[in-house]
Design a protein. Structure first.
Length: 211
């Protein structure tokens, strides 16, 4: 499952609003801070009424300056994201997830920088967070050939998203394509892509930390 190209490409293919609550309810505000709140469009009644009255409880600040109302955030979303976010980091899948605001907001929550921050949903997740969050391994971005049983690294991704050969198996001219067959200049932010090397096209999985 973890090497399935469709699964690896979900962060790219389903990046638009309306697919994942974790992404829909986290975003970067005008000051660059990761904030909480869903884009409710014109239905901002509850937020604009000082978090009282009727209306959706998870709308974002239309100005993008502060977090949305705390009602739904503390009871039903963020505490349950903590283990999910840490698991993604430990799997080295932040780049594949393709929505950094989610990770940055959970860090804000767990660092008690929100007045209503209540931590993780249970003591076990809290223990795992306290044990591993500060020691998440930074793995050098590497591409592995998923058609090889040995999973020997063939290519390496640079900080700018370019790909270069590591050994003879990856020698020759390298061309990059997205999963729709469109040629791309680099693989920055992509969870899965195609590499054409020496006339052969191979589907690859990108093991990414963060670019």
């Amino acid at each position: 499952m973890l090497n399935d190209s469709a699964m690896l490409g979900a962060g790219i293919d389903y990046a638009a609003d309306g697919n994942f609550g974790e992404n829909d309810q986290t975003y970067y505000g005008k000051n660059g801070k990761a904030l909480w709140g869903w884009n409710c469009g014109s239905g901002q009644n509850y937020f604009q009424s000082g978090c009282t009255g009727s209306g959706a409880k998870d709308c974002r600040d239309p100005a993008g300056l502060v977090d949305g109302c705390p009602d739904y955030r503390g009871c039903c979303t963020v505490p349950y994201w903590v283990g999910e976010m840490l698991s993604a980091l430990l799997l080295n899948a932040k780049g594949i997830w393709n929505h950094d605001a989610f990770f940055d907001f959970v860090d804000r929550w767990m660092n008690d920088s929100l007045p209503d921050a209540s931590g993780a949903q249970n003591q076990f997740v809290t223990y795992i967070w306290n044990t591993y969050r500060s020691s998440v391994p930074v793995i050098t971005p590497m591409v592995r050939n998923t058609s090889s049983a040995s999973q020997t690294p063939v290519f390496k991704i640079g900080a700018d998203g370019t790909v270069r050969a590591l050994n003879a198996a990856g020698s020759g001219k390298i061309e990059l394509y997205d999963l729709h067959g469109r040629k791309i200049a680099n693989v920055k932010g992509r969870g899965c892509f195609l590499v054409k090397s020496s006339g052969m096209v191979t589907r690859l999985m990108a093991v990414q930390y963060h670019f």
